[in-house]
Design a protein around this ligand. Structure first.
Ligand code: PMP
Length: 396
């Protein structure tokens, strides 16, 4: 048989999947692993999709998506985030934020172009860069700077070959966010270098303390910014597969060209559901955000109390506790935790080498699970300590 694509063969399988294949073989597991809301999509949103189908709205839409929906998206971003995009030629509705990431990479990368991204980062970024023929350049993020992107690190990573930087705040996996003041310091560097910034803002609505900030709010670099967002996280709509990408008209036309050939148009019932979400779904979002915030507060305080140092994340539904003082690697810690106590968390290394010494816990699960899960983690830590006391030479 002829060989398959080398690029695809060389892609590493996701560390998350590998771990969950193991956890799924066990009973009575408390999972902090899921990367999606535990809430179901609010029913009035589903109902609008059902209604649209009963009205015969079962055909393709415009390639860019329903104009009515793009108008609502433009309005939403103008009012909530001070981001200004023209629904006619600057917004494209996609199959989740996932397609939008792929389109942005494919539309801008020539073979050998460098794209900067971060470590730890969302698992799909490096593959998306590589599949488009780009070379990933990694900026390590530090716990001591709350996993933010600093101007020094950005400046050092940019070369003549840099085409873009791919960022994600609030961040999966760290929960880190960038404030307006943090971004302000990056603006001159971005402006001078002329690079694109692909800003994955899928967790924007799940920002807890203070307002969400974005590089697209700075007019001098506005045309260099590509904003990716979607309905999955904010409206608990992961299965509907609906997102969007906003950028300058030239880039938007290039992405639409790819989208037109590979997708045609995003699923029509999902677009009708999204119309309802944008019209009447914001109170649901605020309800879910409050619930996540309560869970975050409980989880972070329990983890710190049991001795796992955990930054207070300002967004998403993830925490990123530091487990390094146990002397175990992230993978050993998570493997033993699931085997000995039936608690599933994702090793930090699934998100890059800098994730060593950490694990990602999603609190998109019930309060009861958080309490029971924390009790079990505490028992696990106590058993580690006991083993170390019995055999001090194990301490590494
Ligand atoms: N970006 C980030 C940072 C994510 O965490 C996810 C989902 N886990 C996505 C993009 C993709 O989301 P979707 O395709 O469901 O919109």
């Amino acid at each position: 048989m002829k060989p398959l694509s080398k690029t695809i063969e060389n892609l590493k399988p996701s560390g998350i999947r590998k771990f969950f294949d193991l956890a799924s073989t066990m009973d009575n597991v408390i999972s902090f692993g899921v990367g999606e809301p535990d809430f179901d999509t609010p029913w009035h949103i589903c109902e609008n999709a059902v209604y649209s189908m009963s009205e015969g709205k079962t055909h393709y839409t415009a390639n860019r998506g329903l104009l009515e929906l793009r108008k609502l998206i433009a309005e939403f971003h103008r009012i909530r985030y001070d981001q200004h995009y023209n629904p006619e030629n600057e917004i494209l509705v996609t199959v989740g934020g996932s397609e939008a990431i792929d389109l942005a990479m494919r539309a801008m990368i020539n073979p050998g172009d460098e794209v900067i991204t971060m470590d730890p980062n969302y698992v799909a970024y490096t593959p998306a860069i590589e599949m488009a023929g780009g070379i990933p350049v990694i900026i390590p993020l530090e716990e001591k700077s709350e996993f933010k992107l600093t101007p020094e690190a950005l400046k050092n990573a940019i070369t003549d070959k840099t085409k873009a930087i791919l960022i994600n705040f609030p961040s999966n996996p760290t929960g880190g966010v960038m404030t307006y003041e943090d971004y302000e310091k990056l603006v001159p560097i971005i402006e001078e270098s002329g690079i694109y910034v692909v800003s994955d803002e899928i967790y924007a609505e799940l920002t807890f303390d203070g307002e969400f900030a974005s590089l697209a709010q700075f007019p001098s670099i506005r045309d260099q910014i590509v904003v990716i967002n979607g309905f999955s996280k904010a409206f608990a709509m992961t299965g509907w597969r609906l997102g969007y990408v906003m950028s300058n008209p030239n880039l938007s036309a290039a992405m639409t060209k790819i989208h037109q050939y590979i997708i045609m148009s995003a699923p029509t019932p999902a677009q009708y559901a999204a119309l309802e979400a944008m019209t009447d779904g914001l109170s649901d979002v605020s309800h879910m955000r409050n619930e996540y915030m309560n869970r975050r507060n409980l989880l972070v305080s329990r983890l710190n109390r049991m001795g796992l140092k955990t930054n207070m994340p300002h967004g998403t539904f993830y925490v990123f506790p530091n487990i390094s003082q146990t002397g175990l690697t992230s993978e050993e810690f998570c493997n033993r935790l699931v085997e000995e106590q039936r608690v599933a968390c994702v090793p930090g290394t699934a998100f890059g080498e800098k994730g060593e010494g950490f694990m990602r816990m999603s609190y998109a699960c019930s309060m009861d699970n958080i309490i029971e899960g924390c009790d079990r983690i505490e028992a696990f830590l106590a058993s580690l300590e006991q083993k170390q006391e019995e055999n001090p030479s194990n301490r590494s």
